[in-house]
Design a protein around this ligand. Structure first.
Ligand code: UD1
Length: 418
């Protein structure tokens, strides 16, 4: 198993290019099932989660070719069958549940293993299932599987009790070929939802309002293949913004969308980081006296939970008291124990982390407990005195393309040891 070793203390400088968003690519790959045709996805981040969802599609007889030299994936779903997916892979990654909506839509039936995922809470799927039921599917759970059946899906008005990203995407995909109109209310507004709708519309779907709290979908008879380049990864961009901030350095981050980064820009600016937008690039200068801040994670356009652990790491290095409140997942402070091993002073009080900034973090052997926690520990390592070894790095590989190479390119003393 590989680990990342960071020797802290180097200032970062230079430029880094951001990849396209994993959280856009995964639902888009699942959506290809709907067309029964050939789709091409360009500039795909070559990540473990992308390989896992590709293997899941192969397990239901899709033909997928991944070209790592051009970062292009060609997905032909013409041979996908009305079958079950009992693959172990489904348990590995929660996003695999996103094939449920497209499969029910195309075949009127699907059964798959209950999903797994990052170790950050119970993460139920009740809202996905509520949506499928509202569209006329009969849903049954038992023996570790979930099965949905519908003679025909019929559009309906669906109110989500919480604006779940996955449920909004899954219901949208189930509804695109349902009879009549579907309205999703209290839908998630994340940019990845808008990107998925753009892809579906390019396949012939009729979706409006994606990216807002109310999505309208007029069912169409069928969808055709399409070509798409996903949006850039706002969480990877945010992670590099924190890398500059935690090392009190100045770097340029290329390939960003300012609109998607607003909450991260706002909170880092409040902490005293200088940020300048130059078209699709950002100059981030953290070489200043930074202030403690309070952050509450919220659904988009609020502050993203996927940036919570990285910000916790940064605020550990900022004198004074900061409070981070996590409202999206109930168990997303696993990184705190690891950061404490590096000398951080953090107390957990219910859903909040109370952080007292320390003069210095110290290198230690720590464990990536989930994807973003792993990234946050690497960031702490960049600022810490001495050597930090981040173990279980496979979590980080699920969501960051070549993280150590990109940081090395910015001047960090970092290496991967297999
Ligand atoms: C997606 C992202 C993940 C991000 C999260 C929140 C992908 C592949 N993953 O995950 O990186 O952290 O959004 O921004 O895009 N919930 C329910 N019932 C449901 C579904 C969700 O109660 O049926 C709850 C979850 O337990 C959680 C909250 O809603 O507490 C948010 O989950 P959701 O928005 O669904 O996250 P994911 O789509 O799993």
């Amino acid at each position: 198993m590989s680990k990342i070793v960071v020797r802290g203390g180097n200032k970062l400088h230079g430029e880094v290019n951001i990849s396209t968003a994993k959280n856009s690519v995964l639902p888009i790959i699942a959506a290809c099932i709907l067309s029964g045709d050939k789709c091409i996805i360009e500039e795909v981040p070559m990540l473990e989660d992308v390989f896992v969802i590709s293997d899941i599609l192969r397990s239901i007889f899709a033909d997928i070719s991944i070209d790592k030299s051009t970062n292009r994936i060609i997905i032909d779903t013409s041979n996908v069958k009305d079958c079950d997916s009992c693959s172990e892979l489904v348990k590995k990654m929660r996003a695999s549940f996103l094939i449920m909506g497209p499969m029910i839509s195309r075949f009127g039936r699907f059964k798959l293993s209950l999903p797994g995922g990052c170790n950050i809470g119970t993460r139920p799927i009740d809202l996905h299932l509520k949506g499928f039921s509202a569209l006329g599917a009969e849903v049954n759970i038992g023996h570790g599987y979930v099965e949905a059946r519908a003679k025909k899906l019929v559009g309906n008005k669906i109110y989500l009790d919480f604006p779940s990203v996955g449920a909004t995407e899954n219901i949208m995909m189930a509804a695109v070929m349902a009879e009549g109109e579907t309205i999703i209310e209290n839908a998630a507004e994340e940019p990845e939802i808008k990107d998925l709708a753009k892809f579906l519309n390019s396949m012939g779907a009729r979706i409006t309002g994606a990216g807002s709290g109310t999505i309208h979908i007029i069912g169409v008879k069928d969808l055709k293949g399409s070509i798409h380049k996903p949006i850039c990864d706002r969480i990877e961009a945010g992670t590099f913004m924190v890398a500059a901030s935690i090392t009190r350095s100045k770097i340029k981050i290329n390939g960003i969308n300012e609109e998607h980064l607003k909450p991260i820009i706002a909170k880092l600016t409040e902490a005293g980081v200088y940020i300048k937008v130059q078209g699709n690039s950002l100059i981030v200068d953290g070489n200043r006296d930074l202030n403690p801040i309070d952050i509450k994670t919220m659904p988009y356009p609020g502050f993203p939970t996927d940036m919570q652990s990285q910000m916790t790491g940064l605020l550990c290095t900022v004198r004074g008291t900061s409070i981070i409140t996590e409202t999206i997942f109930e168990n997303r402070f696993m990184h705190v124990v690891e950061m404490k091993r590096m000398g951080a002073n953090i107390k957990i009080d219910g859903r909040s982390a109370v952080i007292e900034g320390v003069d210095k973090l110290t290198g230690a052997e720590v464990k990536a407990t989930d994807l973003r926690a792993g990234a946050a520990l690497i960031l702490c390592g960049l600022a810490a005195e001495g050597e930090t070894e981040v173990m279980d790095i496979y979590h980080v590989d699920r969501g960051y393309v070549d993280i150590e190479k990109k940081l090395k390119g910015l001047g960090a003393d970092i290496e991967r040891i297999q």
